[in-house]
Design a protein around this ligand. Sequence first.
Ligand SMILES: Cc1cc2nc3c(=O)[nH]c(=O)nc-3n(C[C@H](O)[C@H](O)[C@H](O)COP(=O)(O)OP(=O)(O)OC[C@H]3O[C@@H](n4cnc5c(N)ncnc54)[C@H](O)[C@@H]3O)c2cc1C
Length: 594
Amino acid sequence: MCAQHQLQLLLFLAGLSLTKSYSVVVIGGGWAGYSASSTLASSSGADVEVTVLEASPRNSGGGLAGGWRTASGRPVEAGIHGFWREYQNTFRVMRDEIGLDLDDVLSDFTPSVLFSKNGRVATAPVLATSTRKGSKSSKSSNPILSSISGSLPPPLDTALLADFDEKRLNLQDRISAVGLLSGWADFGQEDPDSWDRYDKISAEEFFLDYGGVTPNLYAELVSPMLHVLPMGPGSDISAAAALSCFHVFALQTRGAFDVRWAKGSLSDLIFDPWRVKLEEKGVRVEGGKRVNGIERAEDGDGMVVTAEDGSEYTADAVILAVGGTSAAKLKEGSKALKEAEGAKRVEDLRGVTCVATRIWLEPAPSPTTGLGGGAYSSTTLPKAVARAMGESPIAVVGAGVLLPELEETGFCIYDLQRMHAEQHMAEDTACLEVDMYRADGIVDMSDDEIVELALRAVSSALKIDPLQVKVVDKAIVRARNAVSHFNIGSAAASPGIKWGRNVYACGDYIDRQGHASWSTEKAVVTGKQAAERVAKDLGLKGVKARVIPAAPDTPQLSNLRRLAKSIRRVSGAQRLPVPVPWTIGKWIGKGARP
Ligand SMILES: Cc1cc2nc3c(=O)[nH]c(=O)nc-3n(C[C@H](O)[C@H](O)[C@H](O)COP(=O)(O)OP(=O)(O)OC[C@H]3O[C@@H](n4cnc5c(N)ncnc54)[C@H](O)[C@@H]3O)c2cc1C
């Protein structure tokens, strides 16, 4: 035995090791923070100690997707969260890292119904019949739809097979959507030049002035989608964000628009078991630790993180997994973050305010049965609501339903009795959730005022008589400026994974070009990427992000991209999108050249 091995054996027997031990502090316990911690904890040597510091005292995991129980024991969350078909990394985390059976925690793919302020616009059917590895396969309940969808390339399957209301969108409106193909093909999801080009103009300007969609298609279809996906009006969302978001959530593959929903609260089903797994791997998860200081250690080697309660943590690396606006607040008081080159525009990031309203109602005297779309087919919500939501327990509603309160606010209505096992079993209540996005005009109202407004919004959106209901219980969650806002210029302000020496970040606002994904999936992907980067810099062994790349372009999209490139070359356009031919009159009228 050589001297070094003898020394190692002696140290081992004495409980010591030659391997240098590192510590990493992850700030924030949402999808991003847990993904980063889980990835780091997979280090093959026991050479890294991971601590998660989460501000929330009530629940120490989940972030915006987390929840808790009311005094009466009812579950509450900061909004209902869906899982789109292409959330490949998220599904893998659930399966491989938490050990869940996806069918136990998630519903089958579920259709949803889109409403504008004028009424029902369309039902998005469940389209895919086969999937990439990982998500569950599903068929449309209509055999004719299923067979036609098999022969149409995406996104035509979604566009043509969705059940549009002719009163809302006529043939001309629908044909004008072809103009969107030009921008969609021209915009490279992971191409920095594209992000730069399309980050400078609003989605509204792009769709109407460059894409040439009819004002009616914009108002009835595009605008409501923008109000609930990137959560804002087209005038305040960048064209880049809109194109990326629509690609990821709807257009990229057959059935990309299909969504699975949790069968209960994400805390109960996902984050509680995930936390147990993390702790089994040696990760320390501490709730009630709002971090208010991140500085370099005095010896300049490593970081010191302090929480509001005075506790202090030293670390070789810090990963901020707190969301963009919280990161900006932390930067205000941190010399180390102010000096970090990669964080120099973090203060320009903005947030969207959401209000999630859960209302338990006295049940209708008899249930309405035979309802479509949900995990369960009956409800005791008022008959008029049940019938108006007969196709799906999910109604997606654009802005302007109630003026002036909801002028800029889109919302989703969920019949939780048809989605969540616990609510389905509750015999003494029906349960309605109304999640409002860009809810600045509402967030300061009292709980009672918000409930009253939400019930009026439901009847107004569904075009039914005002609801005469008895509210048994309620829970309002206010998330102020908490959701990443993808306004004009936001991509230019989005930081990357590494901000400076020892400082890293992850979350859904990070690095818009790095991986074509959004929301939960983006948080998971960047969490893994940040962990891998930390491991590389510290020399930790065996830490692999194993990020599943976004879906490759379909052959149809590849062809369109080639065409778009040629048009861009021929037109000589550099800095802006190329307008579709039928908008030229508009440009001449404006006396402008794109
Ligand atoms: C109403 C609503 C509906 C949504 N619907 C969907 C959906 O259907 N599908 C989907 O994919 N996504 C949806 N999202 C978005 C999704 O929730 C986010 O993309 C995701 O939660 C981002 O995860 P994250 O870990 O990056 O950040 P967060 O979830 O924001 O987590 C950040 C964590 O950091 C903590 N923190 C902040 N500051 C500090 C500090 N100083 N010290 C310690 N801890 C701190 C916070 O308490 C929080 O727990 C929705 C969001 C909302 C609000």
